[in-house]
Design a protein around this ligand. Structure first.
Ligand code: HEC
Ligand code: HEC
Ligand code: HEC
Ligand code: HEC
Ligand code: HEC
Length: 208
């Protein structure tokens, strides 16, 4: 209920800020009911079964990261995009292979890293950690950097296929030592571009 209340309050603020016409308020009220409904379902699912994961169907291996990176420097292995994607020019989609095909871009499996690191820098401590995950057949517990709320529907496929560059939403990852979120991922941010690009703006396009 607390969650529901704060959603409706915030919605009112959001709508005022965005200057929605009165007519939308009815849609909005319905949507808030839906949001409260799904939040309640999510909450009760979480309490009844801790390990339930609502995005199972398309979860590539390694995406089951247990936490969210508040401090991205706390990653289990010091992986550098600047070296791999910048200096060595490995394509984004070589590692994030689902971006064009599904909702999530995906985090590469240990196997993908070992493909190179079975022979590259094998005596380096960070690579030894990597090879240990491989030997123990454990996924690397990467912390998530981006994390939209569960009631938001986002899919990479539509955006990548519309020709939007990774950098439009993720910034210059090629120069990042540590992957960071550079955009707010707020509703206003999504809507600004949808407006500009004449993409759909119906509430239910982005909300369940
Ligand atoms: C060699 C493999 C590899 C390549 C190439 C690569 N990445 Fe990554 N990427 C990773 C790994 C591993 C992670 C998880 C660890 C981390 O966050 O740094 C990650 C994380 C990310 C994240 C943060 C994900 C989250 O948790 O929210 C973004 C965004 C990202 N990559 C974008 C890109 C882009 C854009 C490119 C191309 C310019 C790229 N990556 C190239 C392996 C790669
Ligand atoms: C296509 C080959 C390739 C893949 C795939 C690859 N790496 Fe690398 N990696 C390299 C090369 C090349 C270097 C630099 C070697 C050197 O400096 O001599 C490197 C260096 C590193 C280093 C040392 C620090 C640095 O950045 O120079 C770490 C740690 C590392 N990689 C982790 C990973 C992880 C984790 C993955 C999987 C997400 C991965 N690598 C996938 C080629 C690869
Ligand atoms: C229109 C904006 C947009 C574009 C374009 C985009 N992303 Fe994302 N990306 C996002 C958002 C938003 C999230 C957070 C999704 C979530 O938390 O559910 C995300 C999450 C990710 C993640 C974390 C894991 C996942 O899949 O959720 C990776 C990795 C990633 N993006 C890589 C890429 C790569 C590589 C490209 C280019 C091929 C790309 N993205 C293009 C907006 C974008
Ligand atoms: C840089 C521009 C840009 C940003 C930022 C952006 N979008 Fe989009 N989005 C588009 C475009 C363009 C399309 C239409 C693609 C097409 O024509 O199929 C689209 C389509 C979509 C679709 C419809 C997919 C389908 O089924 O057809 C969803 C859902 C969506 N965006 C959600 C979001 C969300 C949620 C955010 C913010 C987290 C966001 N978008 C941010 C440009 C953007
Ligand atoms: C293009 C995608 C998109 C569309 C269209 C969209 N939203 Fe959102 N909405 C989002 C995102 C992303 C968030 C999460 C923002 C955040 O976490 O800061 C959000 C958050 C919300 C919230 C939670 C408010 C908060 O601040 O916590 C409500 C309520 C909401 N949206 C209602 C609506 C209504 C009503 C409509 C139709 C008038 C709508 N949304 C259309 C993307 C969208």
């Amino acid at each position: 209920m607390l969650l529901g209340l704060s959603n409706s309050t915030k919605l009112a603020e959001t709508l005022t800020k965005l200057n929605y016409p009165q007519a939308l308020t009815a849609t909005a009220t319905t949507l808030v009911m839906l949001l409260i409904g799904s939040a309640t379902i999510v909450l009760s699912q979480q309490s009844s079964s801790e390990s339930q994961n609502s995005t199972d169907e398309v979860t590539p291996s390694g995406l089951e990261a247990p936490g969210v990176a508040l401090d991205p420097a706390g990653q289990p292995i010091a992986f550098s995009h600047a070296h791999h994607a910048g200096q060595y020019q490995i394509e984004c989609e070589f590692c994030h292979a689902y971006a064009r095909r599904g909702p999530v871009a995906g985090i590469p499996s240990v196997e993908r890293c070992v493909g190179c690191h079975q022979s590259i820098l094998t005596d380096q401590p960070e690579i030894q950690k990597l090879l240990e995950y491989w030997e123990n057949e454990e996924p690397i517990p990467w912390l998530k950097v981006h994390n939209l709320p569960d009631y938001v529907r986002f899919t990479h496929k539509a955006h990548v296929r519309a020709g939007i560059d990774c950098a439009s939403c993720h910034g210059d990852v090629k120069s990042m030592e540590i992957a960071q979120q550079v955009e707010s991922l707020s509703m206003g941010w999504c809507l600004d571009c949808h407006n500009e690009r004449e993409a759909p703006r119906d509430c239910l396009v982005c909300h369940y």
